[in-house]
Ligand binder design. Sequence first.
Ligand code: ADP
Ligand code: MG
Length: 623
Amino acid sequence: MSPRSVHITLLAVVVAAFAVAPTLLSGFTVSLLNDIGIGALVGLGLVLLTGIGGATSFGQAAFVGIAAYTTAWLTTAQGASPWLGLVAALVLTGLSALIIGLLTLRLGGHFLPLSTIAWGLSIPLIFGNVDGLGRHTGMSNIPPLHLGAWSLAEPRAIYYLIWALVGLACLFCYNVLHSRIGRAIRSLRGGSTLLASVGADAFRVRLMLFVLAALLAGVAGWLYAHMNRFVSPSPFDLRASIEYLLMVVAGGLGQLSGAIAGSALVLILKNGLQDVLPMISRSGTQTQSIVFAALFILLLQQARAGLMGFVVRKVRGRFGSMFGAAQVAAPAEPLARRALPERGRRILEVTDAVKRFGGLVAVNGVSFEVNAGEIVGLIGPNGAGKSTMFNLLTGALPLTQGRVEFLGTDVTDLPQRRIARLGMARTFQHVKLRPHMSLLDNVALGAHGRARSGMVAAGLRLDRRQEAQLLAEARHQLARIGLADRAHELAGNLPLGTQRILEIARALAADPVLLVLDEPAAGLRRPEKKALGELLRKLREEGVTILIVEHDMDFVMKLVDRLIVMNFGSKLVEGVPAAVRADERVQAAYLGGVAVAPVLQSAPAAAAAGRSEAVPAQGGGSA
Ligand code: ADP
Ligand code: MG
């Protein structure tokens, strides 16, 4: 059986099982399944936000509460239809999330989770203290749902709505994760520099994710209110939020199915404990809290990936080929390309760039230009300020002083992602890949700025044409570096040298005017270096401009049109390779400037003899 038919068969079996379940199970079990479905909706949001996006929320139950109270108030006090309640609940939950997100999502480190505790505590307090919301007694007589003439008052009836919504929500989230925005979401963990370098706005992506998670909680809250027909503050308090978090940790934070598995696990266990605990102790709820706390600690210690993490690992191990990513590449017309500037036109102009780190002047009044179609090398001993210079001109670091102009635009104060979108793509000295993502996804991330489709389009699969184009572009760039047949392997499994080459493919996927490469050949073997040199020359022929830092002098001298030498933050010399090689100041810098002085052969003599092994070669990679 092909992987596709295995998927379809499995899906059909699952859907059929869910459809007949209420007719076979007891009323109690169906009610439990309803609770599990509602918990799974909240859990889905948490898997996305916390598990995949890396932003821990201790306040998700508050969003459930906002939705539940909104529809409760509208349908009881105002006599509105529950469907109007749904719309209002989602609008209010979404708006609350937008405001809370704008205020808190920029907080780094532990401050974000701490702030989520603040709203997780305060929102339920509002429910408990407003007269119109019934204070601590809550609101009752909430009407049941109706679909036309079909009443969903019975658990066996609302069951179908709940699980249909869970299914649709899973599908939506799955589609989002496998899209342009999804790649950005999966890249959120590990810092925002990489995302900015491909033209993506990490804050915006995180905010969208936060709102999506809140909306899923909102749907859950609306269902909760009309299923139980009663709301009170306690199911939406901090303890409930923590329980939702426990659910997804237990189920598996890494995959959407973890939300359903976790909800089932926790609610079934809770039910079991409610039967058993009263026999052991009279203070049932306290004992339950202790059991849950112990379970939480045990999970974090022993099974970080949760139940589904474990299952997925086992299934992959045994039936890997059946579930393998054997997708056939959809044919796609190529993405629109940028018009490259005519050869020889000045495209980059750095004027008097200064960067201070406290007392250290890493870059000290450096000026240079780069013209379209040339390869310019930036060399100098370790610590000379080369990588800092790259960070300044790409916008990854702000300049202390000076000015950078790119393609006629003053980019000195532009954010990194805006500069990237103008056509500047880069690689990093310390490789920045997403090791848990495939080679294909890593490279496709590079083309982020060349497409537009957002989260809603992705969730509804309206972005498929564009997505096929992005993946085709990524495949094309992978083929260029000779990794096409490994497209679905994880980037983290590649040797470090190959990871550097993968970064180049990612940069190329952006269709750059200027390619900025920080030590791309470090860690490569001789044939790989040769292939890299050929690729860069070919790019130059195509009209791409390249700025490169590289320690392998043999490699650099043969490649570049022009060299800029930096030492102690300043520009030392600039010129064609032969002239730079012969320059005494350059030799002195390499001999005197570094603790581990490289063996310098008689450089001018070597140059005269037309050999190029001369001049310094330093082990790249570190520093
Ligand atoms: P190169 O790439 O030429 O080896 P770098 O640009 O990485 O040199 O570093 C230049 C100097 O600036 C070094 O002394 C380095 O320690 C310092 N430096 C670089 N980045 C930072 C930073 N973020 N904070 C403080 N000092 C830094
Ligand atoms: Mg460096």
